[in-house]
Design a protein around this ligand. Structure first.
Ligand code: PGA
Length: 250
């Protein structure tokens, strides 16, 4: 299986900064045969970034989308447009969208299905918040998010899943690798396929990536926020994923 390492830039970087970033990144980066790399810039920059990425082996990802093709949805972006722009992936159900923009499991599920119908691969984000963790219901929370997010999805291998404990996002405190390993095992069992990548997100950086990957063969890459904003760091994280994947094959 190819691993997946995604850069979630969130609402960061001007277009000029994106251009500088990609200059550095594409200049230093020789494609990995065993890792898919995806960059998710601000939606308004997708078209320009698509041009910059060009024929390099970097993949384009969107941070969000609507589930309808077109209509009176001011401020939203259509999955058809994302497809036209060359997006291979879309992040769906990120915890910031759930918490700040009131996305529910039901709308997330509609987005997952709409993406699959367009041939865009959803990266479905799941993860417990601190309150749920303290209550000891992390597994149950993730199990429900996954089940609700995948209602009506006949072939779950068309989806990748990002386990992102909310308390680990942007805090500099990644989850313990043993916790991540347990959760990924649960997610793999729930998905019931061997092809989906189950990736971890939450304070991943160039110094903890390799150790996190060591914890389980079911950690198939990362979704990286803050550390992905630095091209050199993002590259190192991708290299760690590539090295781990090679070691598994040998
Ligand atoms: P972080 O964000 O790497 O800054 O913790 C991850 C994410 O939100 O996807």
């Amino acid at each position: 299986m190819k691993y997946l390492v995604g850069a979630n830039f969130k609402m960061n970087k001007s277009f000029r900064e994106l251009r500088d970033y990609l200059d550095v990144f594409i200049g230093k980066y020789a494609c990995f045969s065993n890792v898919d790399l995806a960059i998710a810039p601000i939606t308004a920059a997708l078209s320009g970034v698509a041009d910059l990425v060009g024929s390099s082996c970097l993949n384009l990802a969107a941070q969000n989308m609507h589930y309808e093709s077109a209509g009176a949805y001011t401020g939203e972006v259509s999955p058809d447009l994302l497809k036209e722009l060359g997006c291979k992936y879309v992040i769906v159900g990120h915890s910031e969208r759930r918490a700040l923009f009131h996305e529910t499991d039901e709308t997330i599920n509609r987005k997952v299905r709409a993406a699959i119908e367009r041939g865009i691969r959803p990266i479905l984000c799941v993860g417990e918040n601190l309150h749920q963790k303290d209550l000891g219901i992390s597994f149950e929370t993730v199990r429900i998010q996954l089940a609700e997010g995948l209602v009506g999805v006949a072939d779950t291998s068309l989806v990748d899943v990002a386990y992102e404990p909310v308390w680990a996002i942007g805090t500099g405190r990644a989850a313990e690798s043993s916790t991540v390993a347990q959760m990924h095992t649960l997610i793999r069992a729930a998905l019931n396929n061997r092809h989906s990548r189950i990736i971890y997100g939450g304070s991943v950086n160039d110094t903890n990536a390799a150790a996190l990957l060591e914890a389980s063969h079911d950690i198939n890459g990362f979704l990286v926020g803050s550390a992905s904003l630095d091209a050199e760091k993002f590259l190192k994280i991708a290299q760690a994923a590539s090295a781990k994947n090679i070691s598994l094959q040998s």
